[in-house]
Structure formats: structure tokens, C-alpha cells
Design a binder for this molecule. Structure first.
Ligand code: ATP
Length: 254
């Protein structure tokens, strides 16, 4: 069933066969005033983006490249929670559509067999201390059979993970359905209570050693899980528990 079953998430779709980056296009549309829940979908990205200016490999015909535009009434420092909500939405949608349970690497990656199959890039525009709009970019590897050499041992696709005949439209519809439900609950509760338990169950970093790379500061510890604000709790060797804010750092290990 690839028909949308949502009230606002993905109800208005801009489809582009080729685009530089769905996040760039989404930001342009958001500036022009398109409504909350508008979705940009591309067949292929010529300059797909990851965090910190990195590249997201986006070959034609094989992946899902989409960006959801939101106008949330939250503070900028709460925006990383939207990334966590989207990660859970994608993980649950993959589980529903394929029957395979993926893992989540905090805060924004979905993994199967230790390899990344989905990346999420959240960007926002603020006005004073409030958010003007947020765009959440999602790249999902669906039908890729091979990857460029530098990604060979880091990336996978649903096909390679054993879920062959996934219809991309069906998966997109399922992600939108999940996201809308979680988002509305998040708006009511003001935190991630709605997904907190499931997220921690799917968290591949849990109980694992992680290396935290903060600007000018690096340490190792064991990830405990996320708190209800989506921050990662890490226990250091000296027993001290650090709270890591998603916007700031990279976590390695897995
Ligand atoms: P970090 O490892 O610091 O947490 P990240 O997980 O946030 O990084 P992103 O910035 O979200 O990474 O994604 C960009 C990175 O993902 C690239 O540097 C590359 O290693 C990898 N990558 C790029 N394209 C793909 C793809 N199609 N599938 C899987 N991984 C990819």
C-alpha cells in the first residue's frame, strides 16, 4: 500500500527527477512559504549532503532521497529531537515493510549488519530565539548492489541486507505515517517519551564502547542510552556520566 495515510506529513510533494540536494531545494521552498509537512522527493541527487559538508552518495534509481519541511513551535535547541523522531520513524517503517529489525546509531543513522543504510540530515533557519523552519533530509539505500570503494565496508542497502522487492513509494508512505504519529505525540508531551523505549531497544551503541569527539576534547566511555531529550548518556571510565547533545559531537564505535 503506497498511498499516504497522513493528515499533513507528505501530503504535498515536490518530485524532482534530478536535484542538487533535496535539503537545498526544501530550504528554498520553505523560504517561499510552503506549508508544514511539505515533502521534497528526488530520483537522484547530484550533490547529496551529509553532516559537516560531507557527501551523501545518491545514485539514480536505487535509493530514497527526500526532505520533509516542518514549521515546529519549538526552540532551536530542541531541534535535534526531530532527528531522533525521524530516525525512529525510518527504523520502524523499515521493520514494517521488510520484517527485518534495523539498528539505530545515535543520533541519526540506521544500520543493518553494522553498515549504514540510512542517513538523516536536519537543518534549520531561526528567527530570534524561535525556529522559522526545519528541514529533515533522509537518504535510504534501497536497491544498491555495490558502493564506491570508500563505502564498501561502511554502507549497505535493503537489497543487500536481504529485503529485495521493497517498493520505495511504500516505504516513503510508511515513514510519513510513523513520523506524523510520533511528531503529534512529541508536540503534546514536549519530549521523546513516545519513542524513548523503542529507540533505546534499537540503539546499537547501547552498552558499547564509544569514542566521543568533541571539538578539542576526546574521550571514551560506554553508551547507556538516550534520555527523553534525545541526548546520549555516556559513562566514562571514572564513573562519571556525560550527557551528549546531538548537535555537537560525533560518536564513533560500531
Ligand atoms: P559520523 O560518523 O561523524 O557520525 P555521520 O554518521 O553523521 O558521521 P553523515 O554526515 O550523516 O555521517 O553522512 C555522511 C557520511 O556517510 C559520508 O562521509 C560517508 O562516509 C557516508 N555515506 C555517504 N553516502 C552514503 C550512502 N549512500 N550510504 C551509506 N553511507 C554513506
Amino acid at each position: 500500500e503506497s498511498r499516504l495515510q497522513t493528515k499533513w506529513a507528505g501530503c504535498s510533494v515536490f518530485y524532482c527527477p534530478v536535484i542538487d540536494s533535496t535539503n537545498v531545494k526544501a530550504k528554498r521552498l520553505a523560504e517561499e512559504g510552503v506549508s508544514h509537512g511539505t515533502l521534497v522527493v528526488a530520483g537522484h541527487q547530484s550533490a547529496g549532503k551529509g553532516r559537516r559538508g560531507r557527501v551523501w552518495e545518491s545514485p539514480e534509481g536505487t535509493g530514497i532521497y527526500m526532505t520533509l519541511i516542518l514549521r515546529p513551535g519549538i526552540k532551536p535547541e530542541q531541534a535535534p529531537m526531530l532527528t531522533v523522531l525521524m530516525a525512529q520513524s525510518v527504523a520502524d517503517a523499515i521493520q514494517t515493510v521488510t520484517g527485518i529489525t534495523p539498528g539505530i546509531k545515535w543520533p541519526n543513522d540506521i544500520v543493518m549488519d553494522g553498515r549504514k543504510i540510512c542517513g538523516i540530515l536536519t537543518e534549520m533557519s531561526t528567527e530570534m530565539t524561535w525556529i522559522h523552519y526545519v528541514v529533515i533530509g533522509v537518504g535510504i539505500n534501497v536497491h544498491q548492489q555495490t558502493f564506491p570503494e570508500e563505502l564498501e565496508d561502511k554502507a549497505s542497502s535493503l537489497d543487500l541486507a536481504g529485503a529485495q522487492s521493497v517498493k520505495r513509494a511504500e516505504l516513503v508512505a510508511e515513514v510519513m505515517k510513523r513520523f506524523e504519529i510520533y511528531y503529534e505525540q512529541f508536540e503534546k508531551e514536549g519530549d521523546l517519551s513516545v519513542i524513548w523505549e523503542r529507540y533505546n531497544e534499537m540503539l546499537v551503541n547501547r552498552d558499547r564502547e564509544v569514542r566521543v569527539l568533541e571539538p578539542g576534547h576526546e574521550y571514551t566511555g560506554h553508551a547507556i542510552g538516550i534520555d527523553k531529550n534525545g541526548e546520549l548518556l555516556v559513562r566514562r571510565e571514572n564513573g562519571q556520566v556525560e550527557t551528549i547533545y546531538a548537535g555537537e559531537v560525533s560518536v564513533r564505535g560500531i
